[in-house]
Every structure is written in structure tokens, then in C-alpha cells.
Design a protein around this ligand. Structure first.
Ligand code: HXC
Length: 257
């Protein structure tokens, strides 16, 4: 494969990306970031692919940023290279990415899962932001995305104590969309991704973009953004096809136009 730290496989219209540094519990080093960015750029550009699944191993989605890589770095290197800012590029992927999390999703691993569009959790999933135990703090958006996902009380407790949260607590708190048995996780995620990939491609992008806008705007601007995109979809051939198909009681045949 062209990647060192991930496995990439196409399952029909779904790109399955598996983090693959088992010796380090999938800790995220510079090579993982480079591999992920390359694989996701290829996915986003490939018209045959409609949704991605990002997963890890049974034991760990990812146990964080690579502590051994960061340990010797000083402020000048971290700030000078804007360390971790590359992950922002990942969030610019226009097609959806589902995080399928089993085992540990800690620190940067939890943050990477939260950068995806939603998280499906195995019953074995454990989420946490334990950076404070290393005398640092989240650096890949965790303090912001966790707070938006679960609210201030739980986010503050999590970052200040570094404790882990299991799958059930994560589902109750709104961090994950669903819990599935660990043995079915990847299969379920690929099935969910296949459903999404079967929708009209422009509608998928528009739906993702408008939900994301909820985190960037106030309510009235967000609703206006939604409505303009909604209006825009009426300029697509697939809207005509989708509504005709409903009336004619048949599945839609999308052109992506
Ligand atoms: C580098 C890591 C690692 C990490 C685990 N390993 N996590 N290497 N960076 N984040 C390595 C271990 O050193 C060990 O290597 C191997 O993976 C197996 O891990 P063990 O600790 O032996 O496994 P276990 O006892 O099962 O414990 C699992 C664990 C623990 C609870 C997940 O590994 C752990 O606490 N990891 C660190 C979690 C963490 O602090 N994450 C946040 C990182 S900071 P060897 O060579 O000994 O076999 C972060 C920051 C983001 O993400 C933003 C700003 C700083």
C-alpha cells in the first residue's frame, strides 16, 4: 500500500480507513496525519466514493497524539510549525466521515473521532481527554468539540480529571450517535456509510454543510444558511429525479448533477 500507518480499502461506494500502528495503540504521529490527509483527499476527489469510515483496532481507536514524538519538542517548534493544525484540513473534507470507535479514544484520538461527522461506538469504547495528566491540554480541538458535544459540566470534569467515559455515558451525553456490539462495529459503520453513499451526492454535501453551520453561526444566520442551500438544491437534476421517483414509487437514479 502507498500508506505506512493506515489501511485503505474501498467497499463499494465506501472508503474504509483503518488506523494501523498496533505497537503504539494507533498513537497519532506526523506520518499518520500525512497518510490520513492523502487518503481523505483521494476519497473526496473520487466520484465513485460517497462516504468514509475511519476506524482503529479492537483495543484502540487511537490512544492519543504520539507522546514519544512530542516529548522533546519546545514551544518554538510547536508554535513555529503550528503543530496539529494539519488536522484542520481533515475537517474540510466535503463528503461525510463516520468514526467507528472501539476501545481507547484518548486525547488526540478522541479529538480525531470528534472531527468526524458522527461517532458510532462499540460497547467497548472509552473516551477521554487525559492530557492534563501529562501537564498539557487538548491541542486538536478537544476542549471546544467536547464542550459543544456534551456540555460544559461534563467536558470540564473530563478535561480536569482526565477520566475516561464509557460508551453508555457517551451515548447519554450525546457524544456518539449509537452503540453497537464490538463484533459488529465495522460492518454496521460500513452499512450506515453505504446508506449515506446511496443518497444524491449534492444533497449529502449540503446536509453535512448545514449541520456544521450550526456550530459556526447564531440561529437566524444558521437558518438562513440552511434555507439558501435548500433553495439551491432545487437547481439540481437530482432534486427533480428524487421527487419524480417518489411519485412514481421507484428508487431515484442519481447523476450527481
Ligand atoms: C505514544 C503510546 C501512546 C501515545 C500508548 N502508547 N499510548 N505511545 N503515544 N499516546 C504505547 C505505549 O507506550 C506502549 O508502547 C504501547 O503503546 C502499548 O501501551 P500500554 O500503555 O502498554 O497499554 P495499556 O497498559 O493497555 O494501556 C493503554 C492506555 C495507555 C491506557 C491507553 O497506553 C495510555 O494511557 N496511553 C496514553 C494515553 C494518553 O495520555 N493520551 C493522550 C496523549 S496526549 P511500548 O513501547 O511500551 O510497548 C494527546 C495530546 C493532544 O493526545 C494535544 C496536545 C498535547
Amino acid at each position: 500500500s502507498q500508506y505506512e500507518t493506515i489501511l485503505v480499502e474501498q467497499r463499494g461506494p465506501v472508503t474504509l480507513i483503518t488506523l494501523n500502528r498496533p505497537q503504539a495503540l494507533n498513537a497519532l504521529n506526523a506520518q499518520v496525519l500525512a497518510d490520513l490527509l492523502a487518503a481523505l483527499a483521494a476519497f473526496d476527489a473520487d466520484d465513485s466514493q460517497g462516504c468514509a469510515v475511519l476506524t482503529g483496532s479492537e483495543k484502540a481507536f487511537a490512544a492519543g497524539a504520539d507522546i514519544k514524538e512530542m516529548q522533546a519538542q519546545g514551544f518554538a517548534e510547536m508554535y513555529g510549525t503550528n503543530h496539529f493544525s494539519g488536522y484542520e484540513t481533515l475537517t474540510k473534507t466535503r463528503k461525510p466521515i463516520i468514526a467507528a470507535v472501539a476501545g481507547f479514544a484518548l486525547g488526540g484520538g478522541c479529538e480525531l473521532a470528534m472531527m468526524c461527522d458522527f461517532i458510532l461506538a462499540a460497547d467497548t469504547a472509552k473516551f477521554g481527554q487525559p492530557e492534563i495528566k501529562l501537564a498539557v491540554a487538548p491541542g486538536m480541538g478537544g476542549s471546544q468539540r467536547l464542550t459543544r458535544a456534551v456540555g460544559k459540566a461534563k467536558a470540564m470534569e473530563m478535561v480536569l480529571t482526565g477520566r475516561m467515559m464509557g460508551a453508555e455515558e457517551a451515548e447519554r451525553a450525546g457524544l456518539v450517535s449509537r452503540i453497537v456490539p464490538a463484533a459488529d462495529l465495522v460492518e454496521d459503520a460500513v452499512k450506515t456509510a453505504t446508506t449515506i453513499a446511496g443518497m444524491a451526492p449534492l444533497a449529502v454535501k449540503a446536509n453535512k454543510e448545514m449541520v456544521d453551520a450550526a456550530f459556526e453561526t447564531g440561529l437566524s444566520m444558521g437558518v438562513q444558511f440552511e434555507r439558501r442551500l435548500f433553495h439551491g438544491l432545487f437547481g439540481t437534476a437530482d432534486q427533480k429525479e428524487g421527487m419524480a421517483a417518489f411519485i412514481e414509487k421507484r428508487p431515484g437514479a442519481w447523476t450527481g448533477k
